[in-house]
Design a protein around this ligand. Structure first.
Ligand code: NDP
Length: 274
């Protein structure tokens, strides 16, 4: 029988993870089935128990269950412990191992797919929610020159910076506080693009040769990437590559095999544009 995996979320019908993992399985000749499972908002632990009882070997976790998955895990990877959230679960007997591959996926997309090394770069991270928290440690591991967290509510940015004070001294504040500063990489980890909203970013924040990265993806240019183009960011990318790379990292956690991602990403991109 094929090994069983799934992604839990609510809603989940839109998820591209089943198609991505089916493609990875074909590419690496791994015998597995990966499905999307809708968990009730108040019934995530029960949904996981049922999946494990049915023989489930591992699962991805998406909105709104990442923090709950973190609490459910009986063992955490260092990066999941730092992130305070889990997007990848592996089941082994009574153990529930929790990992977080979002940050690794982002870093791999930026450094490998976009060929943009992070060492010595000035990074601006917009947003102070779960996605921001998850990528900070992997970004810092690349040894950037600096990292500034800017958020609509400054207090959340400051609290997030303080949570990493043992690793590095991070700048933090609201959007007005980046006025006059200049960055090599600007990452949008807010959910503003989801509602089609633009961010009130001061002019002049994009350094020559800079990369603007929106974790959000969809058909066409996001409002943040439009703003980045108008303000002169040299390169612009959406979060589709991050999605595929975090999936590849999860696949590696489960199967010990790293799938190539180029073909899968190109295929997804074509489907998104259609
Ligand atoms: P959270 O709800 O945890 O955080 C949302 C953040 O966005 C907060 O910092 C919030 O600011 C800010 N925000 C929301 N609306 C606005 C607005 N109109 N103007 C300014 N700031 C705003 O969300 P997540 O951190 O989980 O997710 C953030 C984004 O990252 C989402 O778009 C998600 O789809 C994307 N993502 C993409 C992934 C990928 O693989 N490509 C993986 C994970 C996430 P405040 O604190 O002031 O409310």
């Amino acid at each position: 029988m094929s090994d069983l995996y799934c992604v839990f979320g609510n809603p989940i019908a839109h998820s591209r993870s089943p198609a991505i993992h089916a493609a990875f399985a074909a590419l690496t000749a791994q015998d597995l089935v990966y499905e999307a499972r809708l968990a009730p908002v108040d019934g995530f632990p029960q949904a996981v128990s049922e999946f494990v009882a049915a023989g489930g070997k591992g699962a991805n976790v998406t909105v709104p269950f990442k923090e709950e998955a973190y609490r459910l895990a009986t063992r955490l990877s260092d990066r999941a412990a730092r992130a305070g959230a889990v997007n990848t679960l592996a089941f082994n007997g009574s153990e529930i191992f929790g990992d977080n591959t979002d940050g690794a996926g982002l870093v791999r997309d930026i450094t490998q797919n976009l060929d943009f090394p992070l060492a010595g770069k000035r990074i601006l991270l917009l947003g102070a929610g779960g996605a921001s928290r998850g990528v900070i440690a992997p970004l810092l591991a690349e040894k950037p020159a600096s990292l500034f967290i800017a958020n609509r509510s400054a207090d959340k940015a400051v609290a997030l910076a303080q949570a990493f004070a043992d690793v590095a001294l991070l700048g933090a504040g609201n959007f007005a506080e980046i006025d006059g500063k200049c960055f090599d990489l600007v990452i949008n980890a807010t959910s503003a693009s989801l509602s089609g909203e633009s961010l009130p970013l001061p002019a002049g924040i994009f350094a020559p040769g800079s990369l603007a990265y929106d974790m959000m993806y969809g058909k066409g240019e996001t409002p943040f990437l439009t703003l980045a183009r108008v303000q002169g960011a040299a390169t612009r990318a959406d979060g589709l590559g991050m999605l595929v790379e975090q999936a590849a990292e999860a696949f590696f956690v489960w199967r010990g095999v790293r799938p190539t991602t180029e073909e899968v990403l190109a295929d997804l991109r074509a489907k998104l544009a259609a």
